[in-house]
Write a protein that binds this ligand. Structure first.
Ligand code: 5RP
Length: 222
């Protein structure tokens, strides 16, 4: 199977999961990226079952609306039973690196509201120790040099993502050379640096369920 076929398989499995676990009339949280896009396409035929969706990025909002799915403002929503999103890396504890698409902050906010986080990923994303994928850190523009110096002190090599501005008007530093043996500790430590909006470690709020696409089929890991 190609990587796209694996992503489509997990996206369909997530749509099935939502149909079984999110009550009719509820609001679905939707992530960002190519795997999340396949999920949006799989969700579309079921759209009349739900009140609508909360989007984790402008790109996701546009794709949801192109399918006629109502997109709600998170400030008008108190209850999201299920949030479905991809990941750049995920470990056996369901800690993740996210933000390859630059949507990490809104993704983390929607995930914070959601009851259940379902991560959808092809098998290449499952790793023993995270950090091969550079860790995205969203920063306030005037703080980018200061934050970069602080990240160097932590042993990382920050690289400004060229020509990229987040949906929130901020910049991304992609941090290479981190061996992430304490994901929760590092997530908290980086978030303490003044000027950081948030970082792409999702360990303090990990996924609850991983739907992993493999050649043998979709595996559900909890
Ligand atoms: C976007 C993300 C994505 O979930 C992550 O980059 C995975 O993307 P893809 O499904 O395209 O591999 O965090 O900010």
């Amino acid at each position: 199977m190609t990587q796209d076929e694996l992503k489509q398989a997990v996206a369909q499995a997530a749509a099935d999961y939502v149909a079984q676990n999110a009550p009719a009339g509820s609001i679905i949280g939707v992530g960002t990226g190519s795997t999340a896009n396949f999920f949006i396409d799989a969700l579309a035929p079921l759209k009349d079952r739900y009140q609508g969706a909360v989007a984790s990025s402008e790109a996701t909002r546009q794709r949801l609306e192109s399918h006629g799915i109502t997109v709600l403002d998170l400030n008008d929503v108190a209850d999201i039973p299920v949030y479905v999103d991809g990941a750049d890396e995920i470990d056996a504890g369901l800690n993740m690196i996210k933000g390859g698409g630059g949507a990490l902050t809104r993704e983390k906010i929607v995930a914070a509201v959601a009851k259940t986080f379902v991560c959808i990923a092809d098998g290449s994303k499952l790793v023993e120790v995270m950090g091969k994928f550079p860790l995205p850190v969203e920063v306030i523009p005037m703080a980018s040099a200061h934050v970069a110096r602080e990240l160097l002190k932590l042993g990382g090599t920050p690289v400004l993502r060229a020509g990229f501005v987040t949906d929130n008007g901020n910049l991304i530093l992609d941090v290479k050379d981190l061996a992430i043996t304490d994901p929760k500790g590092l997530e908290a430590q980086i978030n303490q640096i003044t000027g950081v909006v948030t970082n792409g470690l999702f360990a303090l709020r990990p996924a609850n369920v991983l739907l992993l696409g493999t050649a043998e089929g979709v595996k559900s890991i909890v």
